[in-house]
Design a protein around this ligand. Structure first.
Ligand code: SAH
Length: 461
Protein backbone atom coordinates (compact mmCIF):
# COMPACT_ATOMS: atom_id res chain seq x y z
CA UNK A 1 0.00 0.00 0.00
CA UNK A 2 1.69 3.21 -1.13
CA UNK A 3 -0.92 5.51 0.42
CA UNK A 4 -2.78 4.88 3.64
CA UNK A 5 -6.50 5.66 3.39
CA UNK A 6 -7.82 7.93 6.14
CA UNK A 7 -10.91 10.03 6.66
CA UNK A 8 -9.93 13.46 7.84
CA UNK A 9 -12.13 15.73 9.95
CA UNK A 10 -11.84 19.19 8.40
CA UNK A 11 -14.80 21.01 9.95
CA UNK A 12 -13.70 24.58 10.76
CA UNK A 13 -10.10 23.70 9.94
CA UNK A 14 -8.03 26.11 7.87
CA UNK A 15 -6.95 24.78 4.47
CA UNK A 16 -4.92 26.53 1.79
CA UNK A 17 -5.63 26.31 -1.92
CA UNK A 18 -3.05 27.85 -4.24
CA UNK A 19 -4.42 28.69 -7.68
CA UNK A 20 -7.85 29.92 -8.68
CA UNK A 21 -8.76 28.23 -11.96
CA UNK A 22 -11.36 25.58 -12.76
CA UNK A 23 -9.45 22.73 -11.13
CA UNK A 24 -8.85 24.70 -7.97
CA UNK A 25 -12.52 25.52 -7.83
CA UNK A 26 -13.47 21.82 -7.99
CA UNK A 27 -11.14 21.03 -5.11
CA UNK A 28 -12.56 23.93 -3.12
CA UNK A 29 -16.11 22.70 -3.65
CA UNK A 30 -15.07 19.29 -2.42
CA UNK A 31 -13.33 20.65 0.65
CA UNK A 32 -16.27 22.92 1.46
CA UNK A 33 -18.48 19.83 1.80
CA UNK A 34 -16.49 18.91 4.89
CA UNK A 35 -17.01 22.31 6.51
CA UNK A 36 -13.37 23.39 6.09
CA UNK A 37 -12.35 27.08 6.07
CA UNK A 38 -10.44 27.80 2.90
CA UNK A 39 -7.92 30.47 1.98
CA UNK A 40 -7.31 30.80 -1.75
CA UNK A 41 -4.08 32.44 -2.93
CA UNK A 42 -3.67 33.40 -6.58
CA UNK A 43 -2.63 36.51 -8.51
CA UNK A 44 -5.72 36.13 -10.70
CA UNK A 45 -9.04 34.85 -9.45
CA UNK A 46 -11.25 32.90 -11.88
CA UNK A 47 -15.02 33.52 -12.10
CA UNK A 48 -16.17 30.32 -10.48
CA UNK A 49 -13.92 30.94 -7.50
CA UNK A 50 -15.15 34.49 -7.14
CA UNK A 51 -18.65 32.98 -6.85
CA UNK A 52 -17.54 30.47 -4.25
CA UNK A 53 -16.03 33.29 -2.25
CA UNK A 54 -19.49 34.55 -1.44
CA UNK A 55 -19.44 31.67 1.05
CA UNK A 56 -18.18 32.98 4.34
CA UNK A 57 -15.82 30.05 4.69
CA UNK A 58 -13.76 31.08 1.65
CA UNK A 59 -11.17 33.89 1.87
CA UNK A 60 -9.52 35.23 -1.29
CA UNK A 61 -5.95 36.51 -1.23
CA UNK A 62 -5.21 38.02 -4.63
CA UNK A 63 -1.44 37.87 -4.82
CA UNK A 64 1.45 35.45 -5.31
CA UNK A 65 1.94 32.50 -2.98
CA UNK A 66 4.32 32.99 -0.06
CA UNK A 67 5.55 30.15 2.13
CA UNK A 68 4.15 31.92 5.17
CA UNK A 69 0.62 31.39 3.76
CA UNK A 70 0.96 27.86 5.05
CA UNK A 71 1.38 28.88 8.67
CA UNK A 72 -1.37 27.37 10.76
CA UNK A 73 -2.87 25.43 7.84
CA UNK A 74 -3.81 21.80 8.25
CA UNK A 75 -3.97 20.92 4.56
CA UNK A 76 -2.67 22.40 1.32
CA UNK A 77 -3.66 21.98 -2.31
CA UNK A 78 -1.70 23.45 -5.18
CA UNK A 79 -3.63 23.72 -8.44
CA UNK A 80 -1.61 26.08 -10.60
CA UNK A 81 -0.18 25.60 -14.09
CA UNK A 82 3.23 26.78 -12.98
CA UNK A 83 5.61 24.01 -12.04
CA UNK A 84 7.83 26.31 -9.96
CA UNK A 85 4.88 27.49 -7.86
CA UNK A 86 3.64 23.92 -7.37
CA UNK A 87 7.10 22.89 -6.27
CA UNK A 88 7.39 25.81 -3.89
CA UNK A 89 4.05 24.94 -2.28
CA UNK A 90 5.00 21.26 -1.94
CA UNK A 91 8.37 22.11 -0.47
CA UNK A 92 7.04 24.65 2.02
CA UNK A 93 4.24 22.28 3.08
CA UNK A 94 6.62 19.37 3.54
CA UNK A 95 8.92 21.54 5.63
CA UNK A 96 5.96 22.22 7.93
CA UNK A 97 4.63 18.63 7.86
CA UNK A 98 1.41 19.81 6.29
CA UNK A 99 -0.23 17.26 3.99
CA UNK A 100 -0.07 18.61 0.44
CA UNK A 101 -1.66 17.68 -2.85
CA UNK A 102 -0.39 19.05 -6.13
CA UNK A 103 -3.06 18.42 -8.71
CA UNK A 104 -2.00 16.00 -11.46
CA UNK A 105 1.46 15.76 -10.04
CA UNK A 106 1.83 12.62 -7.94
CA UNK A 107 5.57 13.19 -7.39
CA UNK A 108 4.88 16.32 -5.40
CA UNK A 109 1.96 14.96 -3.36
CA UNK A 110 2.06 13.72 0.19
CA UNK A 111 -1.62 12.85 -0.09
CA UNK A 112 -3.92 12.20 -2.99
CA UNK A 113 -7.63 12.75 -3.46
CA UNK A 114 -9.60 9.54 -3.85
CA UNK A 115 -12.57 9.07 -6.15
CA UNK A 116 -15.51 9.49 -3.79
CA UNK A 117 -18.95 7.92 -3.50
CA UNK A 118 -20.80 10.24 -1.18
CA UNK A 119 -23.72 8.82 0.77
CA UNK A 120 -22.93 10.93 3.79
CA UNK A 121 -22.38 10.00 6.49
CA UNK A 122 -21.38 6.88 4.58
CA UNK A 123 -18.48 7.57 2.26
CA UNK A 124 -16.56 5.28 -0.05
CA UNK A 125 -13.15 6.43 -1.24
CA UNK A 126 -11.34 4.67 -4.07
CA UNK A 127 -7.76 5.21 -5.04
CA UNK A 128 -5.34 3.70 -7.51
CA UNK A 129 -2.45 5.20 -5.56
CA UNK A 130 -2.02 7.77 -8.31
CA UNK A 131 -1.23 5.05 -10.84
CA UNK A 132 -4.44 5.24 -12.83
CA UNK A 133 -7.07 7.77 -11.77
CA UNK A 134 -9.28 6.56 -14.62
CA UNK A 135 -9.31 3.05 -13.19
CA UNK A 136 -10.25 4.42 -9.78
CA UNK A 137 -13.08 6.39 -11.35
CA UNK A 138 -14.35 3.34 -13.23
CA UNK A 139 -14.44 1.40 -10.00
CA UNK A 140 -16.15 4.29 -8.31
CA UNK A 141 -18.93 4.25 -10.87
CA UNK A 142 -19.47 0.55 -10.19
CA UNK A 143 -19.70 1.20 -6.47
CA UNK A 144 -21.93 4.19 -7.16
CA UNK A 145 -24.33 1.92 -9.02
CA UNK A 146 -24.26 -0.73 -6.31
CA UNK A 147 -25.15 1.48 -3.34
CA UNK A 148 -28.71 2.76 -3.15
CA UNK A 149 -28.98 6.55 -3.09
CA UNK A 150 -30.71 6.39 0.28
CA UNK A 151 -27.82 4.58 1.92
CA UNK A 152 -26.92 7.75 3.76
CA UNK A 153 -30.37 7.75 5.33
CA UNK A 154 -29.77 4.23 6.54
CA UNK A 155 -26.50 5.27 8.12
CA UNK A 156 -28.24 8.18 9.86
CA UNK A 157 -30.94 5.84 11.04
CA UNK A 158 -28.34 3.47 12.49
CA UNK A 159 -26.60 6.37 14.19
CA UNK A 160 -29.82 7.39 15.94
CA UNK A 161 -30.22 3.97 17.49
CA UNK A 162 -26.60 3.26 18.10
CA UNK A 163 -26.42 4.07 21.78
CA UNK A 164 -29.76 2.43 22.58
CA UNK A 165 -28.63 -0.80 20.92
CA UNK A 166 -25.31 -0.61 22.69
CA UNK A 167 -27.00 -0.21 26.02
CA UNK A 168 -29.40 -3.10 25.48
CA UNK A 169 -26.90 -5.48 23.85
CA UNK A 170 -23.65 -4.85 25.70
CA UNK A 171 -21.64 -7.67 24.07
CA UNK A 172 -20.01 -6.50 20.86
CA UNK A 173 -20.48 -9.81 19.06
CA UNK A 174 -24.24 -9.91 19.64
CA UNK A 175 -24.56 -6.29 18.68
CA UNK A 176 -22.78 -6.95 15.43
CA UNK A 177 -25.14 -9.80 14.57
CA UNK A 178 -28.08 -7.56 15.39
CA UNK A 179 -26.91 -4.75 13.15
CA UNK A 180 -25.89 -7.00 10.30
CA UNK A 181 -29.36 -8.38 10.24
CA UNK A 182 -31.14 -5.08 10.77
CA UNK A 183 -29.22 -3.22 8.09
CA UNK A 184 -29.86 -5.76 5.37
CA UNK A 185 -33.44 -6.85 5.68
CA UNK A 186 -36.88 -5.34 5.87
CA UNK A 187 -35.84 -2.50 8.16
CA UNK A 188 -33.38 -1.22 5.58
CA UNK A 189 -36.03 -1.43 2.87
CA UNK A 190 -38.40 0.61 5.01
CA UNK A 191 -35.78 3.31 5.43
CA UNK A 192 -35.00 3.33 1.71
CA UNK A 193 -38.64 3.76 0.87
CA UNK A 194 -39.05 6.65 3.27
CA UNK A 195 -41.04 4.87 6.01
CA UNK A 196 -38.70 5.78 8.80
CA UNK A 197 -41.19 5.53 11.66
CA UNK A 198 -42.22 2.05 10.69
CA UNK A 199 -38.55 1.10 10.43
CA UNK A 200 -37.94 2.46 13.92
CA UNK A 201 -40.85 0.44 15.31
CA UNK A 202 -39.54 -2.73 13.70
CA UNK A 203 -36.09 -2.08 15.00
CA UNK A 204 -37.40 -1.78 18.55
CA UNK A 205 -39.31 -5.05 18.25
CA UNK A 206 -36.23 -6.73 16.89
CA UNK A 207 -34.16 -5.34 19.71
CA UNK A 208 -36.56 -6.77 22.29
CA UNK A 209 -36.26 -10.17 20.67
CA UNK A 210 -32.47 -9.97 20.41
CA UNK A 211 -32.17 -9.03 24.05
CA UNK A 212 -34.01 -12.17 25.08
CA UNK A 213 -32.42 -14.60 22.63
CA UNK A 214 -29.47 -16.64 23.78
CA UNK A 215 -26.32 -16.20 21.78
CA UNK A 216 -26.16 -19.00 19.25
CA UNK A 217 -23.19 -19.94 17.16
CA UNK A 218 -23.31 -21.45 13.74
CA UNK A 219 -20.89 -23.10 11.33
CA UNK A 220 -20.83 -22.21 7.65
CA UNK A 221 -19.13 -24.97 5.73
CA UNK A 222 -18.04 -23.06 2.67
CA UNK A 223 -16.61 -24.27 -0.59
CA UNK A 224 -14.03 -21.67 -1.54
CA UNK A 225 -13.43 -23.00 -5.04
CA UNK A 226 -10.16 -23.98 -6.68
CA UNK A 227 -8.24 -20.73 -6.16
CA UNK A 228 -9.43 -17.85 -8.30
CA UNK A 229 -11.38 -15.59 -5.88
CA UNK A 230 -13.77 -14.64 -8.68
CA UNK A 231 -15.11 -18.18 -8.50
CA UNK A 232 -16.56 -17.75 -5.00
CA UNK A 233 -20.33 -17.74 -4.80
CA UNK A 234 -22.16 -14.64 -3.57
CA UNK A 235 -23.32 -16.63 -0.61
CA UNK A 236 -19.82 -17.73 0.31
CA UNK A 237 -18.68 -14.13 0.23
CA UNK A 238 -21.59 -12.88 2.33
CA UNK A 239 -21.05 -15.51 5.01
CA UNK A 240 -17.27 -15.00 5.01
CA UNK A 241 -17.85 -11.34 5.66
CA UNK A 242 -20.07 -11.89 8.63
CA UNK A 243 -18.18 -14.70 10.34
CA UNK A 244 -16.40 -14.08 13.64
CA UNK A 245 -13.85 -16.82 13.00
CA UNK A 246 -12.45 -18.25 9.80
CA UNK A 247 -11.04 -21.77 9.89
CA UNK A 248 -9.15 -22.57 6.69
CA UNK A 249 -6.66 -24.97 5.23
CA UNK A 250 -3.88 -25.17 2.71
CA UNK A 251 -6.00 -25.12 -0.42
CA UNK A 252 -7.62 -21.78 0.42
CA UNK A 253 -5.72 -19.05 -1.40
CA UNK A 254 -4.45 -15.92 0.29
CA UNK A 255 -6.58 -13.74 -1.99
CA UNK A 256 -9.69 -15.56 -0.86
CA UNK A 257 -8.76 -15.32 2.79
CA UNK A 258 -8.38 -11.59 2.39
CA UNK A 259 -12.02 -11.36 1.41
CA UNK A 260 -13.13 -12.58 4.82
CA UNK A 261 -14.06 -10.06 7.48
CA UNK A 262 -10.92 -8.16 8.34
CA UNK A 263 -11.20 -8.46 12.10
CA UNK A 264 -12.32 -12.07 12.10
CA UNK A 265 -9.99 -14.44 13.89
CA UNK A 266 -8.23 -16.65 11.31
CA UNK A 267 -7.25 -20.19 12.28
CA UNK A 268 -5.08 -22.34 10.01
CA UNK A 269 -5.73 -26.06 10.25
CA UNK A 270 -3.96 -26.98 7.04
CA UNK A 271 -2.62 -30.34 6.31
CA UNK A 272 0.52 -31.09 4.38
CA UNK A 273 0.40 -34.47 2.65
CA UNK A 274 3.00 -36.08 4.88
CA UNK A 275 2.49 -33.86 7.88
CA UNK A 276 -0.99 -33.87 9.31
CA UNK A 277 -0.73 -30.75 11.44
CA UNK A 278 -4.20 -30.99 12.93
CA UNK A 279 -6.04 -34.31 12.82
CA UNK A 280 -9.55 -34.30 11.40
CA UNK A 281 -11.08 -35.09 14.81
CA UNK A 282 -9.46 -32.00 16.30
CA UNK A 283 -10.80 -29.86 13.47
CA UNK A 284 -14.28 -31.25 14.05
CA UNK A 285 -14.02 -30.46 17.75
CA UNK A 286 -12.57 -27.02 17.13
CA UNK A 287 -15.53 -26.11 14.92
CA UNK A 288 -17.99 -27.38 17.52
CA UNK A 289 -16.28 -25.57 20.40
CA UNK A 290 -16.17 -22.27 18.54
CA UNK A 291 -19.84 -22.50 17.63
CA UNK A 292 -20.82 -23.48 21.17
CA UNK A 293 -19.11 -20.35 22.46
CA UNK A 294 -21.57 -18.35 20.34
CA UNK A 295 -19.31 -17.63 17.37
CA UNK A 296 -20.22 -17.69 13.73
CA UNK A 297 -17.59 -19.86 12.17
CA UNK A 298 -16.72 -19.88 8.47
CA UNK A 299 -15.06 -23.19 7.70
CA UNK A 300 -13.40 -22.55 4.34
CA UNK A 301 -12.52 -25.55 2.26
CA UNK A 302 -10.87 -25.72 -1.14
CA UNK A 303 -13.19 -26.57 -4.02
CA UNK A 304 -16.47 -28.07 -2.87
CA UNK A 305 -16.83 -29.25 0.73
CA UNK A 306 -18.61 -32.45 -0.29
CA UNK A 307 -16.10 -33.57 -2.91
CA UNK A 308 -13.06 -35.20 -1.32
CA UNK A 309 -13.38 -32.55 1.33
CA UNK A 310 -14.46 -34.53 4.41
CA UNK A 311 -17.23 -32.00 4.79
CA UNK A 312 -19.62 -34.77 5.80
CA UNK A 313 -17.45 -35.73 8.76
CA UNK A 314 -17.21 -32.18 10.01
CA UNK A 315 -20.96 -31.85 9.92
CA UNK A 316 -21.57 -35.11 11.75
CA UNK A 317 -19.85 -33.76 14.85
CA UNK A 318 -21.94 -30.59 14.66
CA UNK A 319 -25.12 -32.62 14.29
CA UNK A 320 -24.27 -34.71 17.34
CA UNK A 321 -23.93 -31.56 19.40
CA UNK A 322 -27.03 -29.88 18.02
CA UNK A 323 -25.07 -27.05 16.39
CA UNK A 324 -26.67 -25.13 13.57
CA UNK A 325 -24.81 -25.24 10.24
CA UNK A 326 -25.17 -24.53 6.56
CA UNK A 327 -23.22 -25.81 3.58
CA UNK A 328 -22.23 -23.61 0.67
CA UNK A 329 -21.19 -25.45 -2.47
CA UNK A 330 -18.02 -24.42 -4.22
CA UNK A 331 -16.58 -24.98 -7.66
CA UNK A 332 -14.74 -28.25 -7.36
CA UNK A 333 -11.21 -28.59 -8.74
CA UNK A 334 -12.44 -30.81 -11.59
CA UNK A 335 -14.84 -28.17 -12.88
CA UNK A 336 -12.48 -25.24 -12.29
CA UNK A 337 -9.38 -26.87 -13.75
CA UNK A 338 -11.25 -28.33 -16.72
CA UNK A 339 -12.71 -24.93 -17.65
CA UNK A 340 -9.47 -23.02 -17.21
CA UNK A 341 -7.50 -25.67 -19.10
CA UNK A 342 -9.97 -25.74 -22.02
CA UNK A 343 -10.83 -29.42 -21.49
CA UNK A 344 -14.59 -30.13 -21.48
CA UNK A 345 -15.26 -33.02 -19.10
CA UNK A 346 -17.96 -34.43 -21.33
CA UNK A 347 -18.38 -34.09 -25.09
CA UNK A 348 -20.77 -35.83 -27.48
CA UNK A 349 -17.89 -37.18 -29.59
CA UNK A 350 -15.62 -38.20 -26.72
CA UNK A 351 -17.13 -38.91 -23.34
CA UNK A 352 -20.66 -39.64 -22.17
CA UNK A 353 -19.72 -39.83 -18.54
CA UNK A 354 -17.17 -38.44 -16.15
CA UNK A 355 -15.89 -40.03 -12.96
CA UNK A 356 -14.12 -38.29 -10.10
CA UNK A 357 -11.73 -40.51 -8.16
CA UNK A 358 -9.05 -40.04 -5.57
CA UNK A 359 -5.58 -41.22 -6.50
CA UNK A 360 -4.38 -41.18 -2.94
CA UNK A 361 -1.91 -44.00 -2.27
CA UNK A 362 -2.58 -46.30 0.66
CA UNK A 363 0.38 -48.57 1.46
CA UNK A 364 1.72 -47.93 -2.05
CA UNK A 365 -1.54 -48.98 -3.72
CA UNK A 366 -4.51 -47.22 -5.17
CA UNK A 367 -7.70 -49.05 -4.54
CA UNK A 368 -9.88 -48.33 -7.59
CA UNK A 369 -12.05 -50.27 -9.97
CA UNK A 370 -9.52 -50.16 -12.82
CA UNK A 371 -11.42 -52.21 -15.39
CA UNK A 372 -14.34 -49.82 -15.07
CA UNK A 373 -12.05 -46.80 -15.34
CA UNK A 374 -10.28 -48.22 -18.40
CA UNK A 375 -13.50 -48.47 -20.43
CA UNK A 376 -13.77 -46.11 -23.45
CA UNK A 377 -15.98 -43.02 -23.96
CA UNK A 378 -15.53 -41.54 -20.54
CA UNK A 379 -13.42 -38.98 -18.70
CA UNK A 380 -11.61 -39.77 -15.47
CA UNK A 381 -10.66 -36.96 -13.13
CA UNK A 382 -8.14 -37.87 -10.48
CA UNK A 383 -7.75 -35.80 -7.33
CA UNK A 384 -4.62 -36.19 -5.19
CA UNK A 385 -2.99 -38.25 -7.91
CA UNK A 386 0.46 -36.72 -8.38
CA UNK A 387 2.39 -39.15 -6.20
CA UNK A 388 0.55 -42.14 -7.63
CA UNK A 389 0.73 -40.95 -11.24
CA UNK A 390 2.92 -43.79 -12.44
CA UNK A 391 0.74 -46.42 -10.78
CA UNK A 392 -2.34 -44.78 -12.26
CA UNK A 393 -0.99 -44.79 -15.83
CA UNK A 394 0.28 -48.35 -15.56
CA UNK A 395 -2.92 -49.72 -14.06
CA UNK A 396 -5.05 -48.08 -16.74
CA UNK A 397 -2.88 -49.56 -19.51
CA UNK A 398 -2.90 -52.98 -17.85
CA UNK A 399 -6.68 -52.90 -17.77
CA UNK A 400 -7.06 -52.13 -21.47
CA UNK A 401 -6.63 -48.37 -21.92
CA UNK A 402 -4.58 -47.58 -25.06
CA UNK A 403 -1.07 -46.46 -24.09
CA UNK A 404 -1.55 -43.34 -26.24
CA UNK A 405 -4.69 -42.34 -24.30
CA UNK A 406 -4.43 -38.57 -23.70
CA UNK A 407 -3.87 -37.33 -20.16
CA UNK A 408 -3.44 -33.86 -18.68
CA UNK A 409 -2.04 -32.66 -15.41
CA UNK A 410 -3.15 -29.25 -14.20
CA UNK A 411 -1.07 -27.52 -11.57
CA UNK A 412 -2.68 -24.83 -9.37
CA UNK A 413 -5.64 -24.62 -11.71
CA UNK A 414 -7.53 -21.31 -12.12
CA UNK A 415 -4.74 -19.33 -10.45
CA UNK A 416 -2.04 -17.15 -11.93
CA UNK A 417 0.34 -20.08 -11.46
CA UNK A 418 -1.69 -22.51 -13.52
CA UNK A 419 0.33 -24.87 -15.70
CA UNK A 420 -1.00 -27.63 -17.87
CA UNK A 421 1.05 -30.58 -19.01
CA UNK A 422 -0.42 -32.97 -21.56
CA UNK A 423 0.82 -36.33 -22.75
CA UNK A 424 -0.19 -39.95 -23.04
CA UNK A 425 -0.50 -42.68 -20.44
CA UNK A 426 2.88 -44.03 -21.54
CA UNK A 427 4.96 -40.85 -21.57
CA UNK A 428 3.25 -38.78 -18.85
CA UNK A 429 5.11 -40.05 -15.74
CA UNK A 430 8.45 -39.10 -17.30
CA UNK A 431 7.20 -35.73 -18.53
CA UNK A 432 5.87 -34.84 -15.09
CA UNK A 433 8.99 -35.96 -13.34
CA UNK A 434 11.00 -33.52 -15.48
CA UNK A 435 8.60 -30.64 -14.95
CA UNK A 436 9.18 -29.43 -11.35
CA UNK A 437 5.51 -29.57 -10.42
CA UNK A 438 3.99 -27.69 -7.49
CA UNK A 439 0.81 -28.85 -5.72
CA UNK A 440 -2.11 -28.94 -5.90
CA UNK A 441 -2.49 -30.85 -9.13
CA UNK A 442 -5.39 -32.51 -10.87
CA UNK A 443 -5.24 -35.23 -13.50
CA UNK A 444 -7.68 -35.66 -16.38
CA UNK A 445 -7.65 -38.81 -18.52
CA UNK A 446 -9.64 -39.18 -21.73
CA UNK A 447 -9.74 -38.15 -25.36
CA UNK A 448 -11.40 -34.87 -24.30
CA UNK A 449 -7.88 -33.73 -23.42
CA UNK A 450 -7.20 -33.33 -27.16
CA UNK A 451 -9.86 -30.62 -27.37
CA UNK A 452 -7.53 -28.34 -25.45
CA UNK A 453 -5.60 -27.73 -28.67
CA UNK A 454 -8.56 -25.67 -29.90
CA UNK A 455 -10.20 -24.62 -26.65
CA UNK A 456 -7.28 -23.38 -24.58
CA UNK A 457 -8.08 -19.80 -23.54
CA UNK A 458 -6.57 -19.10 -20.15
CA UNK A 459 -2.91 -18.21 -20.42
CA UNK A 460 -1.68 -16.63 -17.20
CA UNK A 461 1.57 -14.72 -17.61
N1 SAH B 1 -12.77 -30.39 -2.01
C1 SAH B 1 -11.78 -30.16 -3.03
C2 SAH B 1 -10.83 -31.29 -3.17
C3 SAH B 1 -9.96 -31.52 -1.97
S1 SAH B 1 -8.84 -32.83 -2.20
C4 SAH B 1 -12.48 -29.83 -4.35
O1 SAH B 1 -13.70 -30.00 -4.46
O2 SAH B 1 -11.81 -29.42 -5.28
C5 SAH B 1 -7.40 -31.96 -2.68
C6 SAH B 1 -7.09 -32.19 -4.14
O3 SAH B 1 -7.92 -31.37 -4.94
C7 SAH B 1 -5.69 -31.82 -4.54
O4 SAH B 1 -4.78 -32.84 -4.21
C8 SAH B 1 -5.85 -31.67 -6.02
O5 SAH B 1 -5.88 -32.91 -6.66
C9 SAH B 1 -7.23 -31.06 -6.14
N2 SAH B 1 -7.17 -29.60 -6.28
C10 SAH B 1 -7.75 -28.69 -5.48
N3 SAH B 1 -7.56 -27.45 -5.95
C11 SAH B 1 -6.83 -27.57 -7.06
C12 SAH B 1 -6.30 -26.65 -8.02
N4 SAH B 1 -6.48 -25.34 -7.88
N5 SAH B 1 -5.60 -27.12 -9.06
C13 SAH B 1 -5.41 -28.46 -9.20
N6 SAH B 1 -5.88 -29.36 -8.35
C14 SAH B 1 -6.59 -28.94 -7.29
Amino acid sequence: MDYFPLFLKLKDQPCLVVGAGEIASRKIELLLKTGARISVVAPEIGNSIAELASESRVTLLQRNFAASDLNGMCLAVSATNTRSVNEAVAQAANARNIPVNVVDNPDLCSFIFPAIVDRSPLTVAVSSGGVSPVLARLLRSKVEAAIPGAFGLLAQFAEEFRSLVKQRLPEAARRRVFWEDALQGNIAELVFSGRRDQAAAELRTKLDAAEQALPRGEVYLIGAGPGDPDLLTFRALRLMQQADVVVYDRLVSKEILEMARRDAEKIYVGKQRSNHSLPQESINELLADLALSGKRVARLKGGDPFIFGRGGEEIETLLQQGIQFQVVPGITAAAGCASYAGIPLTHRDHAQSCTFVTGHLKDGNINLNWSQLAAPNQTIVIYMGLVGLETICQSLIEHGCPPDQPIALIQQGTTRHQRVITGTLSDMPQKVENADIKPPTLIIVGTVVRLREQLEWFQPA
